[in-house]
Design a binder for this molecule. Structure first.
Ligand code: ACM
Length: 406
């Protein structure tokens, strides 16, 4: 079996509590997953208690409202506060449950972009020290940490606390979709670049990630980044494990540069994408990523593992999250590390474990499929051109650019 058999759950965009996370770990373990990657922080919420910097959870875990239409549209909002964070006791409980099932829990603290919630709590570490709110809008934001010693001192303490809580071999530091030219809007950052001989914001970004790599290494951990952080400059990038989300081309380049690679391409491992083009499906970022697509996925030779992603901009409830995960999570397991002669019998054999846990599964038979109107907030977004999006993702991955439009 491959070494990293992963699932990512985003509890920033919508908060999912320890009970649901433990249930999900039990369900995943039944299919030989060994890693739960928790996306703990983003523009829309900081979901981990901090005794060192309490404003992170006190301020960063609360947003005033959430966008309730598709992120590509002019936003409309629900007017409802959304909050929640894992306490240290929650994390210990989750980690010990995971360990009992042979799983590791890998925390992600996303920097230097995707830091809206952090900066709502501690604006002094952001561009121009701007005061910001925890964002209720979906999509990529302008927030960016400043590349100064005080930021790295702050991050050292943040990561020390995280490393203490999570015994995993790895810490994920994000590094995706950072709008690094925003650094040029901050005169102090521009002066810092001049003083230190950074000709471009890319060089500054590499410097930033290398400083973070020192912090993570000093904690005895291995660092993971999304592929953006590698693709900015494959020759100069950190030695972090590359979590490749923008297609196989960038994953292959990372392998060719002797990086450890975990493959989690949008297509077909973003399980927040709709499972079928149908108005019966709940609102989703795009799609479809069908069960057959997952069953046809072939990881590259040489990768350390594979992972599916459940981002939760459009997923508000445990039932909806499970509906998106199952049976696709089973299909990925079967395809990448399962045994047996066909998926149906593989799944049927293990399904009683999901049933015993009370997991919601999207029925393969459309006639039997549960009515799901109550799960989502509208029909699957149909204006989305998935084919051209995939093409653009591949191109931007190879060019080392951020895929800003998605
Ligand atoms: C990502 O989807 N921005 C990793």
């Amino acid at each position: 079996m491959m070494r990293w058999r992963g699932a990512m759950l985003d509890i920033s965009r919508h908060y999912f509590d320890a009970a649901f996370i433990k249930k999900t770990i039990s369900a995943l373990a039944a299919f030989d997953y060994n890693t739960l990657h928790l996306h703990l922080t983003d523009d829309q919420g900081w979901r981990l208690e901090s005794t060192v910097f309490p404003r992170l959870h006190e301020v960063g875990s609360v947003r005033k409202q959430s966008q309730n239409n598709h992120g590509l549209l002019e936003p409309t909002y629900d007017g409802k506060e959304h909050s929640g964070y894992l306490t240290h006791a929650d994390v210990r409980d989750i980690v010990s449950h995971a360990q009992s099932l042979g799983m590791q829990v890998v925390p992600e603290i996303n920097i230097p972009g995707h830091t809206g919630a952090l900066l709502a709590a501690y604006p002094q570490y952001g561009i121009n020290k701007n005061s910001v709110e925890v964002s209720g809008r979906w999509g990529i934001s302008d927030y960016l940490l400043r590349p100064f010693p005080e930021t790295f001192e702050f991050l050292t303490k943040v990561f020390e606390e995280v490393a203490e809580l999570f015994p995993s071999e790895y810490i994920h530091v994000g590094g995706d979709e950072s709008l690094i030219d925003n650094w040029l809007q901050d005169a102090e950052v521009v002066a810092f670049m001049k003083e230190n001989g950074f000709a471009t914001t890319k060089e500054l970004f590499i410097f930033f990630m290398k400083e973070v790599e020192k912090i993570i290494s000093a904690l005895g951990k291995k660092m993971i980044t999304w592929d953006d952080a590698f693709a900015f400059d494959p020759e100069q990038a950190t030695h972090a494990t590359v979590m490749s989300w923008r297609g196989a081309a960038i994953a292959q380049i990372a392998l060719d540069h002797n990086r450890e690679v975990i493959q989690g391409p949008v297509f077909p491992t973003y399980f927040d994408y709709a499972q079928e083009v149908s108005v019966d499906e709940p609102l989703a970022i795009g799609g479809p990523v069908t069960l057959d697509d997952v069953l046809a996925f072939t990881p590259l030779a040489g990768v350390t593992g594979v992972q599916f992603q459940l981002w939760t901009e459009y997923i508000q409830t445990p039932m909806h999250a499970e509906y998106m995960m199952w049976p696709r999570a089973a299909a990925l397991a079967y395809r990448c590390w399962g045994e047996g002669k066909d998926f149906e019998s593989y799944f049927e054999k293990r399904k009683p474990k999901l049933d015993a846990l009370g997991v919601t599964i999207r029925d393969l038979d459309p006639l039997k499929r549960a009515k799901i109107a109550h799960l989502g907030i509208g029909a699957y977004y149909r204006g989305f051109d998935t084919a051209s999006m995939m093409e653009a993702l591949e191109k931007s991955a190879v060019a080392g650019e951020v895929a800003h439009d998605f």
